[in-house]
Design a protein around this ligand. Structure first.
Ligand code: BGC
Length: 408
């Protein structure tokens, strides 16, 4: 399968959830902090990062209204699969009250994809909570599991048989780390003990959802979207460096997967980050090749993380992999290099069945706002015009031929 991913809050526009509330309260602060957070070069290239409105998701890409047009573009780009998320706060705006019109909206979204020969991968939670749930403690609350289960039950009874692939949660570990350890995302806590209990809450939520989806639907496959980091010791001969890698690897890559073992029909890899560790912490990476956001580009890492998943003997989908590159200078090589490394893992026995580039559209990049441009398709957020980037046409060749052209 070849395609791209999006998430509701980042593209739909008009969402009313814990993130949209947080944005209103934090936009001014984020704009102020951008002066010291980013390099002068980045500030010059993306002056919008210094303005509060950059940090308000607002209309985003208006994908809620323009999805038909966007899926036409995906089709034109040769995609045969697409991952998107259902926005819980639309489906259950008040606790226990479900909005049938919104369920109908997502039925149309799924059908629109299928009509175009695009396989939908439906994600049920991509980090946003309805406001009422956040008030009750969000993912840190024991109530998250029964509330999530009720929502999954409702959605899967209504839509379960419309799609074959279901993703329960997006990157549980990213959300718990940024929201409860680093304290940079809502609800901005710094409480590692809460984070530990959230592993349990979210893994229970996934396992319950797995059961509910299978009870309500036939012939479906269920998994969760997993952020996997490629971690290495700075000094391969140092026992201490290797020890820090082991610990970091356990919390970022291993723990959640272990806690959900037996409750996944497929595994996923979402790969963005490569880090070297030197006891007792993170070493300075080489930063030879970076994205607009300053993230290291290290394609080989995807080979290692996929190879590591082989032992579970399950189909693997790369449900996200991409970069912020406003000028589209690096995207083609980025995609090709990562696909090359994925192919190497496949040729050594990894059962990789799909690749979803992040993202189909430029979108709202959480606490960074609109300036990081991840899209295969450029979006003018004022006019909502779409413009296909050259890299999208290169990727199209692979999507259509199932082959990767490389230069010798
Ligand atoms: C998330 C996306 C995000 C992307 C780029 C992934 O971790 O699932 O929502 O936009 O990374 O940061």
């Amino acid at each position: 399968m070849w395609g791209a991913s999006t998430s509701a809050h980042q593209v739909e526009g008009g969402t009313d959830n814990n993130w949209s509330e947080w944005e209103k309260k934090n936009a001014e602060r984020l704009a102020r902090e951008a002066h010291s957070k980013w390099d002068p070069g980045q500030r010059e290239k993306f002056p919008e990062m210094l303005k509060a409105e950059n940090y308000i998701s607002g209309k985003a890409c208006d994908h809620y209204n323009l999805y038909e047009k966007d899926f036409e573009i995906a089709k034109e780009l040769g995609h045969n699969a697409h991952r998107f998320s259902v926005e819980w706060s639309r489906i259950e705006p008040e606790q226990g009250t479900f909005d049938e019109e919104q369920i109908e909206h997502y039925r149309k979204v799924i059908r629109s994809l299928r009509e175009k020969g695009i396989e939908p991968f439906v994600c049920l939670w991509h980090w946003t909570n309805p406001v009422w749930l956040e008030k009750e403690g969000g993912i840190a609350s024991e109530l998250f599991v029964p509330y999530f289960s009720r929502y999954v039950d409702k959605v899967s009874q209504a839509l379960g048989n419309e799609a074959r692939f279901w993703v329960t949660l997006n990157e549980p570990t990213s959300m718990l780390a940024a929201g409860y350890v680093k304290g940079s995302w809502p609800p901005q806590k710094r409480n590692p003990f809460a984070a530990l209990s959230i592993y349990k809450i979210l893994s229970d939520a996934h396992k319950e959802a797995y059961g509910i989806l299978h009870k309500n639907c036939e012939n479906i496959k269920v998994g969760f979207a997993d952020m996997l980091w490629y971690l290495e010791p700075a000094n391969k001969n140092s026992i201490l460096d290797k020890l820090v890698v082991k610990i970091a690897d356990y919390f970022t890559n291993g723990k959640f997967l272990k806690m959900t073992e037996g409750f996944n029909d497929f595994l996923t890899a979402q790969y963005y980050f490569y880090r070297k560790f030197s006891f007792p912490g993170i070493a300075k990476n080489s930063f030879e090749d970076i994205t607009d956001m300053g993230w290291d580009i290290h394609a080989e890492g995807i080979y290692h993380i996929i190879t590591h998943l082989k032992k579970y003997n399950l189909p693997i989908y790369v449900t996200e992999n991409g970069l912020a590159d406003s000028e589209d200078k690096k995207r083609t090589k980025f995609i090709k290099d990562h696909l090359f490394c994925i192919h190497k893992a496949i040729s050594e026995g990894a059962d990789v069945r799909g690749y979803f580039y992040w993202s189909l559209l430029d979108n709202f990049e959480w606490d960074k706002g609109f300036w990081p441009r991840f899209g295969l398709v450029e979006v003018d957020f004022e006019t909502q015009e779409r413009r296909i980037r050259p890299s999208a046409l290169e990727y199209k060749k692979t999507c259509e031929s199932n082959e990767l052209e490389i230069e010798e």
